[in-house]
Each structure stands twice: as C-alpha cells, then as structure tokens.
Design a protein around this ligand. Structure first.
Ligand SMILES: Cc1ncc(COP(=O)(O)OP(=O)(O)O)c(N)n1
Ligand SMILES: Cc1nc(C(=O)O)sc1CCOP(=O)(O)O
Ligand SMILES: [Mg+2]
Length: 302
C-alpha cells in the first residue's frame, strides 16, 4: 500500500534538479487509480511533462512497481519493458544504420548536400521543402548523385517514395508523416531496405516511434531553434539524458539549437550523433565549421 501524496512528494524532491526550468503542467485525467500511477502522474506533471508524456511516465512507474515490488521514487524509470517498448530482437525493425552517425548535417538542397558530403560530414540529410513533384524528384536525384564517392550516408526528409525510387541510403520522417502512412505503405518502406529515422519530442512520441522499429531515433528540440516553429518546448539536456537512457538500444540523434558550444553537454548524454542546420548553413565558412564540429564529435584522447 502506498501513500500517494508522500510518494508524489518523494518523486519531486529526488528529480526536481534534473528537470529544472519547466513550468508545471496541468495534471491530466487519470486513467488508473493505482497509487503509484497517481503519484507519478502528479509528480511528472509538476515537473513540467505534458499530458501524454506524464501518462507514459506514470504507466511506466506503475509497471516497474508491479515488476519489482517497489515504488522507488528515487530512481527515474528507464527500463524499455516498463514503457511497453518492443522486446529485443524486435518483431518490427527497419534495416540497421551505424550506432554512431556522428555529425549529421540537415541541408536545404542538393548543392548543400554535395558540399557537406565533400567536406567529410559522415551523415547528411536532404530537407527540401516543396510541393512541386518534379522539383522534388530532381532534387532527390541530385542529392543521391552528389554523395557518390564521398562515403556520406544520405537520408531524405519527407519524400520517401522518391527516396526509394532513386536509391537513397535512408529516409527521415516526422510523427505526422508516420501517422499518415497506411499499413501497406509502411510495409513497402520496410521492404525497400532503406533505413528509417524518426523524429521524437518526448516519451509518447518515443513509444510511438518504437512501434515501427526505426533505424535511429531523433530527439529534439534540445535547445530553442529559430529554424522552424516547434509544437513542443525545448527539451534540454536533463530530459535528453533520460530519453537517451530509455532508447539505449537504438542509434540516437540529438537535434535542435545545437552549436559548437553545446556539443560537449549533448554528447555527455550518450547520443551518438548531433544534427545541425544553422551551425553549418549560416556559418561564414561552412567547410571549416564542419571540420570544427567533427572535431568536437571525436572522442577526446586520454
Ligand atoms: C535528424 C532529424 N531530426 C528531426 C528532424 C525533423 O523532422 P520532421 O519532424 O520530419 O520535421 P521537418 O524537418 O520535416 O520540418 C529532421 N529533419 N532531422
Ligand atoms: C528541423 C528540426 N527538427 C527539429 C526537431 O526537434 O524535430 S529541430 C529542427 C531544427 C534544427 O535546426 P537548428 O540546428 O538550426 O536549430
Ligand atoms: Mg519531415
């Protein structure tokens, strides 16, 4: 038997420092009356987790209490099984990609893709925003051409059908893109052998992404970004650390507002890749910016 207010208070006092800086969120309507669940739902809302994420955490806290027989307010939940992630080996799994994708340049057109691939950036993405089907096909083809002979792994954002036709290395999709895929389209994507990266912005989205078994999980936005309007608050490195721990069986990419000064704290969370846009495309000398960022990615000699 657990005292819900005391347990909620204990969770808060143990973890407030890790998740400092977030305003409390309203407590969502509970979906269970289990005391551990209720305590975690209150505490995680107070720590600033939005309703879907507080629900995931509360469910995980309850699942762990059932599994271990202890509420453990001092230990943040991070066992994939408690969040209902696919057991290993996964029944649903896209083709693998390297565990550490290194510096990951997200770029607006094929010219930029070629430029950064030739500068030695190991992972590049074409993020070409257009509704013009002919222009999209042209740009995706040009990007695939542009990385030939460079060793760079090329992911195509959004335009998955063209990416399959043209033979890119992989595809990057957001949550809405995943939601829009019909079952047979998802199957076609998996059967294509292309790697899949999926964007996430919190616990509920990580759980959703895991259901398709992507090749890597992207986690953002770590810091504020001006590149696009985000639906979720910047997550910060405290959250990134616990996300990286939960998703430890996936290659991970951190994204959003990351520049050279932030690399060390982001890498300290254990992620194997950092994706950047403005740190490269707005740099006075993008090739030397890439070289510097790759230097920051390299392990420091002991
Ligand atoms: C590495 C990486 N992570 C996240 C994103 C964002 O992708 P998405 O959610 O599809 O949003 P748009 O980039 O399409 O605006 C990304 N592109 N790359
Ligand atoms: C394209 C994108 N997706 C994000 C996410 O969190 O899903 S953040 C982001 C913008 C990244 O640009 P910059 O490095 O210039 O901040
Ligand atoms: Mg997209």
């Amino acid at each position: 038997m657990h005292d819900t207010p005391a347990l909620a208070h204990a969770i808060l006092s143990h973890h407030a420092a890790t998740f400092a800086g977030f305003a409390p969120e309203p407590v969502p309507a509970p979906t269970s009356q289990e005391p551990v669940y209720l305590a975690a739902l209150q505490a995680c809302s107070q720590l600033g987790f939005i309703a879907h994420d507080a629900e995931c955490l509360a469910r995980a806290w309850q699942a762990r209490a059932l599994r271990t027989g202890a509420a453990q307010p001092e230990v943040w939940p991070d066992a994939p099984e408690d969040f209902g992630l696919q057991p290993l080996p996964r029944a649903h799994q896209f083709a693998p990609c390297p565990e550490r994708l290194g510096l990951y340049a997200v770029l607006p057109d094929a010219t930029w893709v070629g430029r950064m691939a030739r500068a030695g950036v190991p992972t590049v993405q074409l993020r070409f925003k257009s509704d013009d089907a002919a222009a999209i096909e042209r740009e995706v083809r040009a990007a695939v051409q542009a990385v030939q002979g460079t060793g760079a792994l090329l992911f195509i954002n959004d335009h998955w059908r063209v990416a399959i036709d043209v033979g890119a290395y992989g595809i990057h999709l957001g949550q809405e893109d995943l939601d829009a895929l019909k079952a047979d389209e998802l199957q076609a994507l998996r059967n294509s052998g292309l790697r899949l990266g999926v964007s996430t912005h919190g616990y509920a989205e990580m759980v959703r992404a895991d259901a398709v078994g992507p090749s890597y999980i992207a986690m953002g936005a770590v810091f504020p970004t001006t590149l696009k309007k985000m639906a979720t608050a910047p997550q910060g490195v405290g959250r990134l650390g616990v996300y990286a721990r939960l998703m430890r069986h996936y290659p991970q990419v951190a994204i959003g507002g990351i520049g050279a000064e932030q690399f060390a704290q982001v890498l300290a969370t254990g992620v194997g890749s950092i994706a950047v846009v403005r740190a490269l495309v707005n740099a006075a000398d993008p090739e030397s910016a890439a070289a510097q960022l790759m230097q920051h990615m390299a392990p420091t000699p002991v």
